[in-house]
Write a protein that binds this ligand. Structure first.
Ligand code: UDP
Length: 262
């Protein structure tokens, strides 16, 4: 039996590839809506929005006495632009390519925010570099305050630095806002001992240590991201977001996918 956890604050990492869904467009609105619905189902204000005003008032009063579940999201941008694979084309240097990649994550963040707000979940987008007409700048204490108020905070533009990834941004923001876990939403069920697309006998790992991930070179996250998680004792759950209900399960601490820790 897989044990479950009761998280109070989580950092959900949604890759750009996951947002692309069936790949007919850069961003599949069905995917953003599925994410929005599942996040709404587990956050206080999301639940309130689906109730009538009187019921929601009662719920607010009752829930004041409960520790609230905070959800922060880091979005990737690989569905639109990946710096590392575009650098070198027509004189595009790596740093410039990475800035374009970071801007791509802002597009995804705004789309996701609009979808979440369309179903009544209050959200804030914070960018790692200033684009103040579009979103708030990243301010750690402000992000935490939003979470305390039940808003979902979407972190965009990665770490703000070229040569990093949004997985590293997820680990970094998780540590900064004292979230307890990185929930990495992908298109596969978790971490396998071999590539499940090529080997039908590949086995899914239930749990892995950080050391196993790095020493076996399991492509879960880049080395910078996984090391940051290890150094700060942040567990990572890798799970499949395309299976309905999985995001809500992961946020609620029910065991899905692969848990990396210890
Ligand atoms: N990026 C960056 N610094 C960061 C985060 C992202 O330069 O801190 C750039 C990088 O070019 C990357 C792109 O943004 O390829 C998109 O992010 P990522 O590849 O991590 O997205 P995902 O794989 O999650 O879709």
């Amino acid at each position: 039996e897989k044990p479950s956890y009761k998280w109070r604050r989580v950092l959900l990492k949604v890759s750009g590839e996951a947002l692309a869904g069936d790949h007919s467009q850069n961003i599949d609105p069905k995917v953003t809506m599925a994410i929005a619905r599942e996040v709404a189902s587990v956050t206080r204000l999301g639940i309130e929005a689906s109730l009538n005003p009187l019921l929601s008032l009662i719920l607010v009063v009752l829930l004041q006495y409960h520790v609230e579940l905070g959800v922060a999201i880091v979005v990737g941008g690989g569905n639109i632009f990946r710096g590392s694979s575009r650098a070198g084309c027509s004189g595009l240097d790596r740093s410039s390519a990475d800035y374009i990649g970071m801007l791509a994550t802002v597009m995804n963040a705004i789309f996701l925010q609009a979808t979440m707000e369309s179903i009544g979940t209050p959200t804030r987008v914070q960018t790692a570099f200033r684009m103040s007409e579009v979103a708030e700048p990243y301010i750690r204490r402000r992000a935490v305050r939003h979470l305390e108020k039940g808003r979902v905070v979407i972190f965009a533009a990665g770490t703000g630095n070229p040569f990093f990834t949004t997985d590293t941004a997820a680990a970094l923001r998780c540590a900064e806002i004292n979230a307890e876990v990185v929930l990495k939403a992908t298109n596969v069920d978790g971490v396998y001992d071999d590539d499940p697309r090529h080997n039908p006998n590949a086995q899914l790992h239930d749990t892995l240590t950080y050391h196993e991930v790095t020493s076996k070179d399991l492509s879960v996250m880049d080395m910078t991201a996984i090391t940051l998680c290890q150094e700060n004792n942040i567990p990572v759950v890798v799970f499949n977001l395309t299976k309905s209900g999985n995001i809500a399960k992961a946020i609620k601490g029910e065991r899905v996918g692969t848990l990396i820790g210890g």
